[in-house]
Design a protein around this ligand. Structure first.
Ligand code: ZN
Length: 397
């Protein structure tokens, strides 16, 4: 019985097929488009009314059919099909509204997540490699506007994402960022390095131009505490490396300053070999300038009446009269009053400290036993605070 039914249906189908073919060959363009419109709406209707079971059965059937068809398709056919698929997809995406767009994206996300869960490490690596290539390709081809739009979008996305991240997640992200940055910096060539530094410098300068005094103070404090933390954690080797670098930077700066000074005032003497300096040796030692004792100062400038050392040149004090310094005047009455006040003179050091707006900083060496004097080791610093402090903090120096 089923055999018979099958046979009859096949023959009737093929007979109907020939009839349909003939009808379609005879139809006009208008008729064809009307028919297709009809077909589409009928299909849409029937799909809208199908239940989950029917839907999945239809999809399954279509999948099998498509797979069978693809098996026998030639490379040309395949290419044509893919072209068609792409253009259909593009068309449908251009026409989708926001709701449909988000629904599609959501669906695709779920699908991708499901797929990724099952993928092997090899497959994952291949996918990531492919993604990277595709991304690189798109980015290389984007124009300035597209680039700006992408960056802006990513910025918003990142900001939104960071709003909700836990401290742990933040820490992991920062660690990851740091290691990626380190890797990329290790691999950059000289050109890329200098381009990056230049860009960063411009960016920093721009940012600092707009910062408020409060923000500046906060930045300074943050910087110095970060530096202190880094120094605390550094190894002996890192420390000696850092100190060496700091000396180098200082020596370079000093050389630059000296060069400027010597270029402006030739009467200071001659400075040689200032382009090369050794570590720990500041170039000041190469200046040929001998100072005899005070009592040998026997030259008096005819222009400004300054006492000059034996070997000091004519223009040393006032550039031989080019610089006209004001003559000595009477002490201002306010100062004179203080100068003659015994109480002021007794506490002059305290007064001086108060108005210096700076305090001394040094490494003090504590000696055993009673020691009324104190010993300084290394350098002496002036500690000064900023004129305006952060809100809620006392001014200090
Ligand atoms: Zn002079």
């Amino acid at each position: 019985m089923p055999k018979k039914a099958k046979k009859r249906s096949l023959s009737s189908k093929s007979a109907m097929g020939i009839r349909m073919k003939n009808i379609r060959l005879a139809e006009t363009v208008e008729e064809k488009s009307a028919r297709q419109e009809n077909d589409r709406s009928r299909q849409e209707d029937s799909r809208r009314n199908e239940d989950a079971e029917k839907h999945s059965a239809r999809c399954e059937k279509q999948k099998t059919y498509a797979a069978k068809k693809r098996k026998i398709e030639t490379p040309d056919m395949k290419q044509t099909r893919q072209e068609n698929d792409r253009s259909r997809q593009e068309h449908s995406r251009q026409n989708e509204d926001a709701g449909k767009h988000s629904a599609r994206c959501e669906k695709q996300k779920t699908y991708e997540a499901k797929k990724r869960k099952k993928e092997t490490p090899d497959v994952k690596q291949t996918r990531q490699e492919n993604d990277r290539i595709r991304q690189r390709h798109t980015r290389q081809n984007e124009d300035a506007e597209q680039h700006a739009v992408r960056c802006e979008k990513q910025k918003v996305y990142e900001a939104e994402k960071r709003k909700y991240e836990t401290p742990d997640a933040k820490h992991i992200r920062q660690e990851k960022d740091r290691s990626r940055q380190k890797h990329s910096r290790q691999n950059e060539d000289a050109e890329k390095h200098s381009a990056r530094c230049k860009k960063q410098k411009t960016y920093q300068a721009k940012k600092r131009k707009n910062e408020t005094p409060d923000a500046k103070q906060v930045r300074h404090e943050k910087d110095s505490s970060a530096k202190a933390r880094k120094i605390e954690e550094e190894s002996e080797e890192a420390k000696s490396q850092r100190l060496k670098q700091e000396r180098q930077v200082k020596a370079t700066r000093r050389t630059k300053q000296l060069k400027t000074v010597f270029a402006k005032c030739p009467s200071l003497g001659k400075m040689s070999d200032i382009d090369t300096f050794e570590e720990n040796k500041l170039p000041i030692g190469t200046v040929t300038h001998q100072l005899p004792s005070l009592y040998e100062a026997n030259k008096i400038c005819t222009k400004c009446k300054a006492y000059r050392w034996e070997q000091e040149r004519k223009g040393f004090c006032c550039e031989d009269g080019k610089i006209d310094l004001p003559h000595e005047t009477e002490m201002p009455p306010e100062l004179k009053e203080l100068y003659e006040d015994s109480d002021f003179l007794n506490h002059i050091r305290s007064y001086n400290n108060s108005v210096a707006m700076a305090s001394i900083g040094c490494k003090e060496e504590i000696l055993p036993g009673f020691n009324p004097t104190f010993k300084i080791h290394g350098k002496v610093f002036h500690r000064i605070g900023s004129l305006h402090t952060v809100k809620g903090r006392a001014r200090n120096y």
